[in-house]
Design a protein around this ligand. Structure first.
Ligand code: NAP
Length: 283
């Protein structure tokens, strides 16, 4: 069984990017807007800042209080859109309830949308041009993880559990662009097991801890676990787990991404890669 080690791959990518940024007189700059005090979001933002540092990219964090108005957030985005020193930005979600995530998303200049969530960038993925534009970060991280580990995609039966716009649906198109035969399952799918048992590759993006169990998969399947959950362990301490029951499936799979250390670090690495792409396109 092979572990699809996203942490190691992300570190390797930062080393390569650092050799490029070392040569640049003006370093790329990634801005992150964080609204409110959500502890998980604060950890994600810290990880992004650390990764920027490793890659030689400047990070600018704009931390706003919970009661910031929608207009104020939109003004910050507008300022970043026009600031020539800013290569790109991300707005950390979830946002407080009084701020529309859709309005925020549409306000970001697609050229500065490092998450790759803007409809223009998602549309380019649909048109098969993701390499030239800014692909959504988590799906791009999943593809990297598979390709760098020499997992063949072309002709394979891939089953994706989850159809969110930014993960399940987007990665389905990226896999289709690479000639996989793709099945997308969701909460209304009937007989889910019948689909997953036929899969050569399973992408689990369902948002339910340890949802994928050994009886749902065939031998030698490759599993990419997108989920991330904070769970209480038997000894009372807290830990992280994914959408896959890792301990239960590990002896049956040919390869699997761990949680933590799989898709999470690859998502951040894709943000950094998008920042390099956006900087190159400015010239
Ligand atoms: P989401 O928007 O909640 O979507 C979950 C999907 O799972 C939906 O399409 C839903 O179907 C489907 N689903 C729910 N229950 C199901 C069931 N019983 N059987 C089959 N399908 C079911 O979640 P998301 O944003 O895609 O994220 C998924 C997971 O990945 C979460 O744990 C999230 O925290 C994690 N995540 C991790 C990263 C990372 O960088 N590691 C990035 C993004 C997300 P319906 O559409 O029918 O409701």
């Amino acid at each position: 069984m092979k572990i699809l080690d996203g942490k190691a791959l992300a570190e390797k990518m930062y080393e390569t990017i650092k050799t490029q940024t070392d040569e640049m007189k003006k370093k790329p700059c990634l801005a992150v807007i964080l609204v409110g005090e959500d502890p998980a979001s604060a950890v994600y933002v810290r990880n992004k800042e650390k990764s920027c540092e490793q890659a030689g990219i400047i990070s600018k964090s704009i931390k706003l209080p919970e009661n910031t108005t929608e207009e104020e957030v939109l003004q910050h985005i507008s300022d970043l859109n026009t600031d020539e020193n800013i290569t790109g930005m991300i707005v950390q979600v979830p946002l407080p309830k009084h701020i529309s995530e859709e309005k925020v998303l549409y306000a970001i200049d697609p050229k500065k949308d490092m998450d790759g969530f803007h409809p223009n960038n998602l549309g380019e993925v649909y048109l098969g041009k993701e390499k030239e534009f800014l692909p959504p970060a988590t799906p791009a991280g999943i593809i990297h993880l598979l390709e760098e580990n020499k997992i063949k995609i072309e002709g394979k039966n891939v089953v994706i559990i989850g159809r969110s716009n930014n993960v399940g649906k987007a990665v389905s198109i990226m896999l289709l662009n690479r000639n996989a035969t793709v099945t997308i399952c969701h909460s209304r799918t009937q007989n889910l097991k019948e689909h997953t048992q036929k899969a050569d590759i399973i992408i689990a993006a369902v948002g339910i801890p340890k949802f994928v169990t050994a009886d749902m998969i065939k031998d030698e399947v490759v599993i990419v676990d997108v989920g991330i959950h904070r769970v209480k362990k038997e000894d009372g301490s807290w830990g992280l787990c994914g959408d896959v029951d890792f301990e239960n499936v590990k002896n049956k799979v040919s390869a699997i991404s761990p949680v933590p250390g799989g898709v999470g670090p690859m998502t951040v690495a894709s943000l950094i890669e998008n920042t390099m792409k956006a900087e190159a396109r400015k010239k």
